[in-house]
Design a protein around this ligand. Sequence first.
Ligand SMILES: *Cc1c(COP(=O)(O)O)cnc(C)c1O
Length: 221
Amino acid sequence: MKELQGLLQELEPHHTTLVAVSKTHPPEKIMELYNAGQRDFGENRVQEMIEKYEQMPKDIRWHLIGHLQTNKAKYVTSWVHLIHSIDSFKVLKEINKRAKNDERTVDCLLQFKVAEEDTKYGFEPEEAYEMLRSEQFQNLKNIRINGVMGMATFTDDMEQVRREFKQLRNIFQHLKDNFFADQDSFRELSMGMSGDYRIALEEGSTMVRVGSLLFGERAYG
Ligand SMILES: *Cc1c(COP(=O)(O)O)cnc(C)c1O
């Protein structure tokens, strides 16, 4: 696992967590990284994540990084490690309700739309501020917001990618200062993938989500 060790060495000085994005890859391939010590894995489809969770060692920390449909929240709240992809108040309320049943607090990140492409899910900043100010949000006791997540535009223009990461970091800082100043656990800035993680590290990423660099190209997904 040459790629894994090299990547971990690059992340180390930044104290950045590696989420190995294993979507589309079978358990045997994931086990190669597991046996090399990797424990944080990311999946973007709920069904696929559930199947892997059931088959694989229970000390894996599963990160959901793709859009979560409200009606699927109940399948993951009892064991998911971190949901990076909270993109609506509605899904957050549903997670809270299910987590309460499970007598658990589920850690979440708010996903923001910083890319130009309009296919990407995520909050607009104003929309999130409004949610965070609401009394209804204050009453959600079984979720905890630990930070933000975003994806840059898929482009060769690395200056654009950098601008978008800076934008995400500014949103993170604004939320920290205005809503989470007294919450130490609000500290995650999930940004950076195989093609742009180096820029993300320079811009302050605390969690990179890297797939193809570790597992090779995907056939789909
Ligand atoms: C697939 C995916 C990644 C990883 O992408 P790579 O380019 O393979 O590193 C990261 N984040 C999200 C949300 C993804 O869906």
